[in-house]
Design a protein around this ligand. Structure first.
Ligand code: PLP
Length: 470
């Protein structure tokens, strides 16, 4: 009989399993040892991913031959189910639901785990972990906002505070300023986040973490992550970075010693603009005085308030985002090339007061961006997002919005389609004028997310509209 590789591998696997079963004294010991094997095998895959090219990890993640054979599918299939499989025994069920073992994600319950978000989390964690020695862990959430909420609230008790750059997305500002005080948690905004001293002045013994969004939406502030991490760690608190705009294709904050990285995967991670999602990625061990959270932060969330509050990612969305990540670097590279050309065109136009784009020499943190924003091959790229101020104040910005006819005017960014928006009246409309001024959201600011259309079409349309605004 000809040799069948699949059968040979399967029988070796079964023999190993049988050996574990026979040498275990109790059911509990057997299930725990089986779980250890699963965890070890994932850890080995994560270690192996560290030696692979970014594009390989972005395409395959941890979906390997074994999964392919098991599911009989070239790509990760959709597990559109609330739960799946069956507990092997009462002991198996009890251990799984008390998070003492892990076996098949679908066996728990899809609010807590499911194969699709699980694979997406591993892929994201592997991508953010390229370049560092330690292992990383990921958790996917229903949106970027829920990723921010889950990761930050974990550290806070009534009376605690945290220090954040004030150059953040409008939704984050609302969460920190309006929602959090109701639980007794207070944000201390840093209005000059480029100045480390301003951060330090705000830290006291009730400060639980530092938070920064880099690049920031929509003003494109770029943080010196390394210096902020050093400052945070000197106070034994973690640095949490919202790296949505960079994505792991452009910046990996863990490489610069950040503890936790957050993403709205509704953006460049899923260029097709089809779904909302979020991700939390952390080192195995983070710097914090909270002994409960120091190790295995992501799994503590999973078995804690993530489980209790239920902001899970749907398997369907996870499947789409998992697929889209496969082309992340290729898309990002094109976005960067086109965005730089458009930014350079705008900077020279007489109707433009100012362009915010980290790739321009005029950007105040251009030198930091040059060090921190790199495509996996080491070449610089500065992202898909830019914003610009139109000369003549609000009236001229309003006129621009009326006549500009390219892409679409809507609050989204990072997709393959060009979208643009007037921030003061939309994304940051709930802030007071004073808060907007402080955050750099001027009344004549337009945010422009460069899509993958021909850049010459975008430049022609911008020129036409700006000439009409004159
Ligand atoms: C930088 C940044 N972080 C977080 C969010 C929130 O993400 P989501 O819309 O997926 O909740 C956004 C949304 O625009 C964002 O731009």
């Amino acid at each position: 009989m000809s040799k069948n590789k699949f059968l040979e591998e399967k029988s070796a696997e079964l023999k190993k399993e049988l050996c574990t079963l026979e040498s275990s004294k109790t059911d509990e010991e057997y299930f725990k040892r089986r779980s250890e094997c699963t965890v070890n095998s994932r850890c080995e895959q994560m270690k192996a991913a560290k030696n692979q090219a970014f594009d390989t990890v972005a395409l395959w993640g941890l979906y390997g031959k074994e999964d392919m054979m098991r599911y009989k599918s070239l790509t990760l299939p959709l597990f559109m189910t609330t739960a799946g499989g069956s507990y092997d025994s009462l002991v198996d069920g009890a251990l799984l639901l008390s998070y003492q073992t892990t076996n098949d994600p679908n066996k728990i319950y899809s609010r807590i785990d499911n194969v699709n978000p699980d694979h997406l989390a591993w892929k994201f964690a592997a991508l953010e972990g390229i370049g560092i020695r330690e292992l990383t862990q990921g958790l996917c959430t229903s949106s970027g906002m829920s990723a921010i909420m889950m990761a930050t609230m974990a550290f806070l008790k009534p009376g605690d505070n945290f220090v954040s750059s004030n150059k953040v997305y409008g939704g984050t500002q609302q969460l920190f300023d309006v929602t959090y005080p109701k639980s007794g948690w207070s944000v201390r905004w840093v209005t000059e986040p480029e100045n480390l001293k301003k951060w330090e002045e705000k830290i006291d013994d009730k400060t639980r973490f530092l938070f920064v969004e880099s690049p920031s939406n929509p003003t494109l502030f770029i943080a010196d992550i390394q210096k902020l991490a050093e400052l945070a760690h000197s106070h034994k608190i973690p640095l949490i970075v919202d790296s949505t705009l960079a994505s792991p294709a452009l910046a990996r904050p863990l490489e610069h010693c950040a503890d936790i990285v957050l993403h709205s995967t509704s953006k460049i991670a899923n260029g097709s603009c089809r779904c909302i999602g979020g991700a939390i990625i952390a080192r195995d061990r983070i710097i914090t005085e909270d002994k409960d959270l120091e190790e295995d932060f992501v799994n503590k969330l999973k078995g804690g308030h993530f489980r209790n509050m239920g902001p899970c990612l749907s398997p369907f969305n996870a499947m789409i985002i998992w697929d889209e990540l496969g082309t992340l670097r290729i898309r990002m590279q094109e976005h960067c090339r086109k965005a730089l050309k458009i930014a350079q065109f705008l900077e020279k136009h007489p109707m433009i007061e100012k362009v915010n784009y980290p790739g321009l020499k005029s950007h105040p943190q251009h030198e930091i961006a040059k060090k921190a924003m790199k495509l996996p091959d080491g070449t610089n790229g500065y992202g898909f997002l830019l914003s610009f101020n139109i000369k003549g104040g609000f009236e001229k910005a309003k006129k621009f919005a009326e006549v500009f006819d390219f892409g679409t005017q809507v609050t989204h960014l990072g997709g393959s389609y060009t979208v643009w928006v007037h921030n003061a009246t939309t994304t940051h409309g709930q802030m007071s004028c004073e808060e907007r001024k402080c955050a750099g959201i001027d009344d004549n600011l337009i945010r422009y997310s460069v899509g993958l259309e021909g850049e010459e079409d975008a430049i022609n349309a911008l020129e036409k509209a700006l000439n009409k605004v004159k």
